[in-house]
Ligand binder design. Sequence first.
Ligand SMILES: Nc1ncnc2c1ncn2[C@@H]1O[C@H](COP(=O)(O)OP(=O)(O)OP(=O)(O)O)[C@@H](O)[C@H]1O
Ligand SMILES: [Mg+2]
Length: 373
Amino acid sequence: MAASSFPFNAEALLVQSLTDYAIYMLDPEGHILSWNPGGQRIKGYTDAEVIGHHFSQFYTEDDVRRGEPQRGLATARSEGRFEAEGWRVRKDGSQFRANIVIDPIWQDGELMGFVKVTKDVTERFKAQTRLQEAERTLAQSQKIHAIGQLTLGIAHDFNNVLAVVTASLDLIARTSSEERRQQLVDAAQKAAHRGSMLSRQMLAFARGQNLSPANLDVNELIRASIEVYRRAAGAIATCTLDLVDGDPVAYVDGARFEAALMNLVANARDAMTAQGSIVIATRVVQPADGVHPDLQPGRRYLYITVTDDGPGMGEEVRLRAMEPFFTTKDVGRGSGLGLSQVFGFASQSGGFASIHSEPGAGTRVTIAVPVVE
Ligand SMILES: Nc1ncnc2c1ncn2[C@@H]1O[C@H](COP(=O)(O)OP(=O)(O)OP(=O)(O)O)[C@@H](O)[C@H]1O
Ligand SMILES: [Mg+2]
């Protein structure tokens, strides 16, 4: 069967004029029967160079070894269509990101061949990758920003630690009582221990050890950075934990998770006008269908909530709070990106985020991510 035996001239014209798509026909074994200018533009071969050849020449060596070309044809044949995205090879050996569709052509119950459509999606793929990188960098720089804000409090804390250590050493030098000496040594050791805990936690937080998703024990992640959240809560708010038993696991990016919690704690602190409390809690929940449009029915979710007893939000603020750049704070005090980072983190982790808040009744922000069973 040759391409010209197909009885559609208008269609042939259309196929010839499409240059963003490589559209060509294959015989039942996968040999190329026709070629269009899009194929030449994307892959670099003229029709004389490819017609009669096997279409696996466009695949990478690895894909050929894995039997990808045959798998595409077999799936198209048995299921009526094959769709995939992957790397393909041009004539000059360079690679491009391809979105491909293979459709079988049947005539009177006999397989005549296949139509294959390839679209070059390299630009889109690169843009997506760049976006993901930018988001990572943003999460990381938000954390560094937070660390900057914390520095003052930490310096104060380290001063206290050092004051205890130096005072103890001074007194040890002067005392003659063995019992008193022992007490002073204990006090100095405790203070030094506290200092080293503090610096370890700060370092772990600033480094953001996990920069890509992994199966993580979320309770452990929260416990490991509680000192940092306490410090972010500042003098105006206490920050306590209420973590579910069983240490559930979720597939999340640890650094972005910590940045999200940090944003929530900072928001609660910023909202407080009088002494208040912030509670970070985790719960495993099987939400009712329809609770959220992005809910995957039947799955269990880990709810991470940050609840404060601050002034809460009015309806119009609550509805817009997750919008990027929405802020009610003065210039320089808020960029309006905190909650949109929380929202982005939750949805990119396969979950969702929501805000419950009423004026005078405090605020609860929930991050829900699927539990890894
Ligand atoms: N816990 C809260 N209590 C009361 N209002 C809140 C709370 N959290 C957020 N908001 C409101 O939602 C707005 C948006 O919050 P978001 O974290 O996105 O930005 P921001 O805190 O203003 O700035 P940024 O976090 O970028 O420094 C806040 O300006 C505030 O009005
Ligand atoms: Mg904020």
